[in-house]
Design a binder for this molecule. Structure first.
Ligand SMILES: *Cc1c(COP(=O)(O)O)cnc(C)c1O
Length: 464
């Protein structure tokens, strides 16, 4: 095999640059991008010839050079982050972007994002305004709190609360509440970062009122309650509720702050889900400051929402950390429209995708499973299809023990292994992420959404 001849068969760059297709693609994608694509493809081709012992394969690769350059140029402009179909049945899937936002809500956000807005401009006064003003009143109305604000996420919110209220002082926390939330968020570590000294009380399973009472000193800056979102201690346990701590808090003039985690704003038990304490519960019980996520059970954008007594919220708004942790216009706009839905529970459950998925009726689930199976049957895949019972999860560290009965369409491919099909599904242009159970692809319809069924047409090419 004559490698020199092969190398000489590679078209020269100036010849490529005169190729009509390449010229057209430069016009379309931009010269820099196409030149870069040429360089990368040429390097790859030379390296291939260097190690290749099959002359025909090498010639074929040389012939297809232009085609590959055009493909690469196109790929270079395609975003790496893309929409995927979540068929796992986990509603708040942390790896898949947690809470989806409805297209209706995003229409408004797009209008705000593509132009200028009154983000920090008070139109009535004709002067500088506050970015929280668009949703502060709403949050107060919904939760019963005096004041509200929001930062980048709940981890940031907890940090800001502790830094504003606890810095230089002691913050008392039960050992049963020293949690780690996914992604290295550990209460003791956050405490160190915020400049507050952690005072641990009680034991893992039991903390008594007297433990709080005994730990109070003149340096106590706050009593911290942390919702143990992602785990449960069951059996011989005792915790002290905010309603009990209030007397202590008032007597010593020490605020109660709570990291509530999920931030549910309505009673989910009406829909067959285990009761999860709401933000309203905490405020009513007497918490001075409560923080929670915007993109967990609330179903909104990533944000850390802080509600509570005005004097503490004002302090946080003035904390220099706030400038580093503040939300942007995308979040402010999304938060406002999502929170508006909570003015009517019926609207919230209908229009917020997370709540819609959680509360979907069994009839609808069955209907959707049948519809998806019919759609897949129509594709004449080389596979056995079925409908099976499955269990959806809330996810995102919320209600870890909750399992919601659901239905899944199952696929057992005939020609390829289930594992191979799962890989191919990940490489689709709109990837589909399923679960694999008992060597079958399991597609939980709860998190797919009827509007996404069309994307399953892609299976035709990978399961034949
Ligand atoms: C999820 C959670 C956090 C972190 O919230 P993010 O919005 O993900 O930053 C903090 N504390 C608790 C109790 C949580 O459940």
């Amino acid at each position: 095999m004559n490698k020199n001849l092969l190398y000489r068969s590679i078209p020269k760059v100036d010849v490529l640059l005169e190729n009509e297709e390449i010229k057209a693609s430069m016009e379309y994608y931009g010269r820099d991008i196409v030149v870069e694509a040429i360089r990368v493809e040429m390097d790859e081709l030379r390296a291939f010839i260097g190690t290749c012992e099959d002359e025909e394969a090498a010639m074929e690769k040389i012939t297809k050079l232009t085609e590959r350059i055009l493909e690469r140029a196109e790929k270079m402009l395609q975003p790496n982050m893309k929409r995927i179909i979540n068929a796992t049945g986990t509603i708040l899937h942390t790896n898949l972007g947690r809470a989806p936002i409805s297209p209706e809500h995003m229409k408004h956000v797009m209008e705000i994002a593509v132009g200028y807005s009154n983000l920090e401009y008070n139109l009535n006064a004709g002067k500088r305004g506050e970015r929280y003003s668009h949703f502060e009143e709403l949050l107060c109305k919904i939760t019963g709190a005096e004041a509200a604000m929001a930062v980048n996420n709940n981890a940031a919110a907890v940090m800001l609360v502790l830094s504003s209220i606890g810095k230089g002082g002691e913050v008392i926390v039960s050992r049963g509440e020293l949690v780690e939330i996914g992604g290295k968020f550990r209460i003791p570590d956050v405490m160190v970062q915020s400049g507050a000294a952690l005072v641990e009380i009680g034991t893992t399973n039991k903390t008594h009122f007297s433990d709080y009472e005994d730990a109070i000193t003149e340096n106590t800056a706050a009593l911290l309650k942390v919702h143990t979102s992602n785990y449960r201690i069951v059996g011989f346990t005792e915790t002290v509720g905010i309603d009990e701590l209030v007397t202590l808090s008032r007597k010593h003039d020490i605020p109660i702050v709570e990291d509530l985690g999920s931030g549910v704003l309505l009673d989910l038990s009406k829909y067959g889900i285990t009761y999860e304490p709401t933000v309203q519960d905490s405020i009513r019980a007497g918490a001075d400051v409560v923080s929670f996520s915007g993109d967990k059970l609330l179903g909104g954008p990533q944000a850390g929402i802080i509600v509570g007594k005005k004097k503490y919220i004002d302090k946080m708004k003035k904390n220099p950390l706030t400038r580093a942790l503040r939300i942007d216009k995308f979040t402010a706009a999304t938060l406002e429209v999502v929170l508006k839905e909570y003015l009517s529970e019926k609207r919230a459950v209908k229009n917020i995708p997370v709540l819609q998925m959680i509360t979907k009726s069994q009839e609808d689930i069955i209907k959707e499973a049948r519809k998806l199976k019919r759609f897949l049957t129509g594709l004449e895949l080389n596979a056995e299809l079925g409908i099976e019972n499955c269990e959806s999860q809330i996810g995102g560290g919320s209600l870890p023990l909750e399992r919601i009965p659901s239905k899944a369409v199952t696929i057992k491919p005939r020609n390829i292994s289930t594992a191979e099909l799962e890989v191919r599904m990940r490489f689709l242009s709109v990837p589909i992420i399923p679960r694999t159970v008992n060597d079958k692809i399991v597609l939980d319809v709860r998190t797919i959404g009827v509007d996404n069924f069309e994307a399953f047409r892609q299976l035709k090419d990978i399961c034949d």
